[in-house]
Design a binder for this molecule. Structure first.
Ligand code: E4P
Length: 215
């Protein structure tokens, strides 16, 4: 499973890169707004840190605007992937951008039918938001399984980015299902590495080591 980091924060990205946990990056308007940098300058700095797909989201709600923004963002670096919302205008933009050889990530996906349509339009990636579904008492992970089944049934090459990840279980269950990618907040990357028995084991080893005979 590929790990993308779901942040626009350069320090978090650099720390996760140093752990070898970053195959790509996803940003969104809310994440970018938290950082104190112009969008394009920030994206350029991210491309210098990570050699992998970096999703940058469009703001327009009309397809022509999305396509124009997508073209401009794609010029910044070959690794930029254009994040497009799952609307009918978004689908039209995805089709156009795909025809121009620009990769897209269809975001805000909450149903299997939306994921099917994104793949048919030519999206390189689709992002089902599992945490936001859990928040409204729907099992977000069921959506990931449904999309995997549909894509496998018809041989779609669109990759699934499990998004809106809130905890390690979202990542592990998605990996068991065979989802291609999870985009993970820095906090959850740290949680995935942690186990209390590892900490207890380390403490015991070090305590025993301090008691070893010195001569
Ligand atoms: C996905 O690409 C989004 O950036 C992200 O996963 C949204 O997560 P949230 O629901 O925690 O905001």
């Amino acid at each position: 499973m590929k790990f993308f980091i779901d942040t626009a924060n350069l320090e978090e990205i650099a720390q996760a890169v140093d752990m070898g946990m970053v195959d790509g990056v996803t940003t969104n308007p809310s994440l970018v707004a938290k950082e104190n940098k112009p969008f394009e300058a920030l994206l350029k700095e991210i491309t210098a840190l990570v050699d992998g797909p970096i999703s940058a989201e469009v703001i327009s709600s009309e397809s022509d605007g999305m396509v124009e923004e997508g073209r401009q963002l794609a010029k910044l670096h070959p690794n930029i992937v254009i994040k497009v919302p799952m609307t009918t205008a978004g689908l039209k933009a995805v089709k156009q951008l795909a025809e121009e050889g620009i990769k897209t990530n269809v975001t805000l996906v909450f149903s299997p039918s939306q994921a099917l349509m994104a793949a048919k339009a030519g999206a390189a990636y689709v992002s089902p938001f599992v945490g936001r579904l859990d928040d409204i008492s729907e099992n977000g992970l069921n959506l990931v399984q449904d999309i995997l089944t549909i894509y496998e049934n018809y041989g779609f090459t669109t990759e699934i980015i499990v998004a809106s990840v809130r905890n390690p279980i979202h990542v592990v269950e998605s990996a068991l299902m065979g989802a291609h990618i999870a985009t993970i907040p820095f906090k959850v990357i740290s949680q995935l590495a942690a186990h209390p028995l590892t900490d207890i084991g380390m403490e015991k080893f070090l305590a025993d080591w301090s008691k070893r005979p010195r001569k």
